[in-house]
Design a protein. Structure first.
Length: 464
């Protein structure tokens, strides 16, 4: 993709991000360039510029090495011994202010690529080696294969594995003339939206969506042991919790359970609406709970997490990201990730049309709480709702704090508490233990922290 001068200058004025990388590389191409290319291929693509410093300052590549740089770049990416599968990508050349820069646009690939037998993934923290990260590999595979809860079939599930009361509740809450109202439970679950053919084996069975919507909790736990909504109340103890609630029931039951717990444990000021008292926070909770149930990634082996703080609510959902960025009314793209679950929730009035919930969340925050929700579409879909006007999220300092990298959050935690353990870091960042070890190793290597103690007593402090 050839860019004009205006487009290049516009990109160079931006900060490095999930889709933008600057490399100096004046005389030769560093291996980190190929790591970025591999990460872009595996994630959502992006631009890479050579001859540009991290801050966007143009230093230019050495003119006598331009041809060699372009040849080396193409040869490496076309070599299966280096990049597997190979990808034909060429560097483009541009003259800016008398200096030569090289650049390329790397589009997202439909396959998973390895560089020197390592798999790289792009995030706001840069290029991550996820070769040994089982959860991230599974997420990446799901993203490439468009694997959803609607496409996973369980041929061995029987009608007795489903909760009769939930199916009856579904039938009684359907619109008056809906054809399912006159069907028995087994016939309902044999409808196309709940019962499909496995494309790989040819066997028929109930889908994961059907199991999640109507299954008995014991059956769901046996087949999906990671499935749950985990709520931690952190009013006084913000590291552990004051109280904990876990819902492992099917989605229709979990919807009411989670809403009930949140409404009982969140401070709810009342407002006037059309001359009547209005419980804006309860309405807000219902919209968000519906949103996280409908749009979470039910292929990822991770729970949904909700945190209750004194001044805010945080919702963290397993996710197949689309934008890897902050989401607002200007860039929001309504898209249902679980068609069957969405349809069922709309039929029983647990949800409105796709996209309307996002607008309502913003409206309630703006008109009643006088705050702005912070929403991030990344490896996890995160919603942060501040409940008090004094904590308006338009504040630049607060927004900067929320966008801190994982390394910065670790360092800030140590500054406040003197040390940090593996378990404290895992809870702080909501990440798996393997990722915590990677972050600690990186900070130790950069001489920012140092390890103290051994075994279970290990902790980390700032490096002197």
């Amino acid at each position: 993709m050839v860019l004009d001068r205006e487009k290049i200058l516009n990109l160079l004025q931006q900060k490095e991000s999930v889709t933008l990388e600057f490399k100096t590389c004046t005389n030769k191409i560093s291996n980190s360039v190929y790591e970025t290319v591999c990460a872009f291929l595996n994630t959502i693509g992006g631009y890479i510029f050579l001859g540009v410093e991290d801050n966007g300052n143009i230093v230019g590549v050495n003119e006598e090495f331009v041809k060699d740089l372009r040849v080396d770049f193409s040869n490496t990416l076309n070599s299966q011994d280096k990049l597997d599968p190979p990808m034909p990508i060429m560097l483009n050349e541009a003259y800016i202010d008398g200096k030569i820069i090289l650049y390329a646009y790397i589009a997202e690939s439909s396959e998973i690529h390895q560089l020197n037998r390592k798999i790289y993934y792009r995030s706001n923290e840069g290029d991550r080696d996820i070769t040994k990260n089982r959860i991230m590999i599974k997420k990446l595979y799901n993203r490439k294969s468009n694997y959803t809860a609607d496409s996973i079939v369980y041929p061995n599930l029987k009608i007795d594995d489903f909760d009769e009361n939930t199916i009856t509740f579904f039938k009684t809450h359907l619109p008056m003339n809906h054809p399912f109202k006159d069907l028995d439970n087994e016939t309902i679950l044999k409808q196309d939206m709940f019962y499909k053919t496995d494309e790989l084996t040819g066997r028929m069975g109930y889908t994961r969506s059907a199991l999640l919507l109507f299954g008995k909790s014991i059956v769901i736990s046996n087949l999906l042991p990671w499935y749950r909504v985990d709520i931690l109340k952190r009013i006084n103890d913000i590291i552990r919790y004051d109280d904990r609630f876990i819902s492992e029931n099917n989605l229709i039951k979990a919807y009411t359970e989670v809403i009930d717990y949140l409404c009982k444990n969140v401070d709810k000021p009342f407002f006037l609406k059309e001359f009547r008292t209005y419980d804006a926070v309860s309405d807000l909770i219902r919209e968000i709970v519906s949103n996280i149930i409908i749009h979470r990634d039910y292929v990822s082996p991770e729970p949904t997490r909700i945190y209750i703080y004194k001044d805010r609510l945080e919702f963290i959902n397993p996710n197949v990201p689309l934008t890897y960025s902050e989401v607002n009314l200007n860039n929001y793209m309504p898209m249902s990730k679980n068609l069957t679950i969405s349809k069922v929730f709309r039929l029983i009035k647990y949800a409105d049309e796709i996209g309307s919930g996002f607008i309502k969340i913003n409206d309630i925050c703006k008109n009643y709480l006088k705050t702005t929700p912070m929403i991030f579409d990344d490896e996890y879909f995160k919603i942060q709702i501040f409940l008090k006007e004094s904590n308006i999220l338009n504040n630049d300092n607060l927004k900067e704090e929320l966008n801190l990298s994982s390394e910065e959050k670790i360092l800030n935690y140590i500054k406040l508490n003197g040390k940090i353990t593996n378990e404290e870091c895992r809870k702080l960042l909501d990440i798996e233990r393997a990722r915590v070890k990677q972050l600690f190793a990186k900070l130790v290597k950069e001489n920012k922290i140092k390890k103290e103690g051994n075994g279970p007593s290990t902790y980390y402090v700032l490096h002197n």
